[in-house]
Design a binder for this molecule. Structure first.
Ligand code: ZN
Length: 492
């Protein structure tokens, strides 16, 4: 693969020379930019999005906005590269977000749960540290806590992704210029275990520190920026819709992305990671309405980036996900599957996420109350028998057949499948290879089947930086090897 890429670059160099020497050929600004290495890189991640989630996001976007996801439009663009990527971690074919982002962020696979550290304790240098040294400005934007695994994988080094206070302090030590998301509690002396006034330290280091959408809009453009808009994760898009109070406090992913770009574009070179982080959380909960609303919000952030790229064609966009989560799919329903689309259209009628319903859900005492409650927030009124069964599962008086789905929200997801048509494989991440689209200068670097670790090498090569982290051999997973499978018992 490396060899064929080198050949490509040699070939494209020859083609460029030929084009340039051919009289009468006028090259557009975009064509000229496509041959030069990118000065700006935007890495967009819709966290936990298997192919079914993208598909349903596109269907939902058509219902909600009358058009599909921009993500799929990208595939039509001349010069766009579309491929698949293996996201496995050091210890498992099923990755978590820490190992996934570390692979992009260090070029080495690590154990699940770890950020940029090998099992023997050796620390890896993260992408943002390497690029800062070469003069690149850096930004992280997410709908999760800003210290969460996906943003942290580009800028932090720690043995456990749960060390959020350490990660927050590392952002300041590494002077990541733009940080926008949730997770205020990790910057606040009242909620940090070490009582450090980290937000104050950011301010003293010259950052504009903001806490709500209005302040973000007015923050000075010439200062690095720390914005935390919730104590924990930002609320789901579904829960913000029609809620003016939420909207005044919490900017959308698109608004945060636009603001990050306004600061970063003042510099000649920058890299920005944009994460739609809660698509993953909704999929974990088997809450398809929350997942597709957040995926459309992610797509609006992608649109901001595409507008930026039109103005600044030296920008490389890479759009991907870090793993599948619970793999939702629209099941065939009804005669000749004729009911599936109708059922899925019911996602538009859902007005609350499972997460926001949960506190009230826990107080429900009878099947009748549960039926009325669901009718209020989702427009679905299940049968008395099904409502009763869900309550008994919640009270641990009844079990479920697949242990991987033994949780109330997953069973609520199963119940809602009768109304929305969407089923799930479980409540965890999956081993799916993930799609990746690259467009803009350097996109060719991402052609062919990728390993997650290729992304780090791709970005550094395009930035002209010669650096490599150490790596460790893959750990064997528990279970039979392929050559032992024949010996397994089979049904007669
Ligand atoms: Zn997850």
């Amino acid at each position: 693969m490396q060899g064929s890429r080198r050949r490509f670059f040699q070939q494209s160099g020859l083609l460029t020379a030929a084009t340039l020497s051919f009289p009468g050929v006028v090259r557009s600004k975009a064509e000229a930019a496509a041959d030069a290495p990118p000065h700006r890189i935007i890495h967009l991640v819709a966290d936990g999005t298997s192919s079914g989630t993208w598909t349903l996001g596109d269907y939902f976007s058509r219902l909600k906005r009358g058009r599909g996801l921009r993500w799929f439009d990208l595939l039509q663009r001349p010069g766009a590269v579309w491929t698949w990527m293996n996201m496995r971690s050091l210890n498992s074919s099923v990755t978590d977000s820490a190992a996934a982002s570390s692979a992009w962020g260090s070029g080495s696979r690590v154990m699940n749960g770890v950020l940029n550290q090998l099992p023997d304790g050796r620390e890896l240098r993260p992408l943002y540290s390497v690029m800062a040294e070469a003069g690149w400005k850096r930004g992280l934007v997410t709908t999760t806590e800003i210290t969460h695994a996906t943003p942290a994988g580009f800028a932090a080094v720690t043995a456990s992704r749960s060390n959020a206070e350490v990660i927050a302090a590392q952002y300041l030590a590494g002077r990541v210029e733009v940080l926008l998301g949730g997770g205020r509690k990790y910057f606040d002396p009242k909620t940090r275990k070490d009582q450090r006034d980290l937000a104050g330290d950011f301010a003293r280091a010259g950052y504009a520190v903001v806490n709500d959408a209005a302040d973000l809009a007015q923050a000075p453009l010439d200062k690095p920026l720390l914005g935390t808009f919730a104590s924990g994760h930002l609320p789901y898009t579904l829960d913000q819709l029609g809620d003016a109070e939420f909207q005044a406090k919490v900017p959308t992913l698109a608004q945060m992305t636009a603001r990050a770009l306004r600061y970063l574009e003042r510099s000649d070179r920058f890299i920005l990671q944009v994460e739609g982080g809660r698509v993953d959380h909704a999929a974990h909960a088997n809450d398809i309405a929350a997942a597709v609303q957040d995926l459309v919000a992610f797509d609006e952030a992608l649109e901001v980036c595409l507008d930026f790229q039109r103005r600044a064609p030296e920008t490389l966009l890479v759009v991907t996900t870090d793993h599948g989560t619970a793999n939702p799919g629209l099941n065939g329903s009804g005669s000749e599957y004729g009911s599936s689309s109708q059922l899925f259209a019911n996602t538009l009628r859902v007005r609350r996420s499972f997460e926001r319903m949960e506190p009230d859900f826990k107080k429900l005492a009878s099947a009748a109350e549960l039926r009325a409650f669901l009718k209020t927030w989702t427009d679905f009124e299940p049968s008395a028998a099904k409502a009763d069964l869900l309550l008994r599962i919640a009270e641990k008086k009844a079990g479920v057949l697949y242990d991987g789905m033994n949780a109330v929200e997953l069973q609520l997801g199963q119940l809602m499948a009768n109304f929305l048509g969407v089923g799930f494989t479980g409540g965890a991440h999956t081993a799916d290879f993930v799609p990746l689209v690259a467009c803009g200068p350097g996109a060719e670097r991402f052609r062919g089947f990728l390993q997650n670790t290729d992304v780090f090498r791709g970005y550094l090569t395009l930035a002209g930086i010669d650096f490599r982290n150490p790596d460790a051999p893959l750990l064997a997973e528990a279970g039979p090897r392929a050559d032992q499978v024949e010996a397994l018992p089979r049904w007669a």
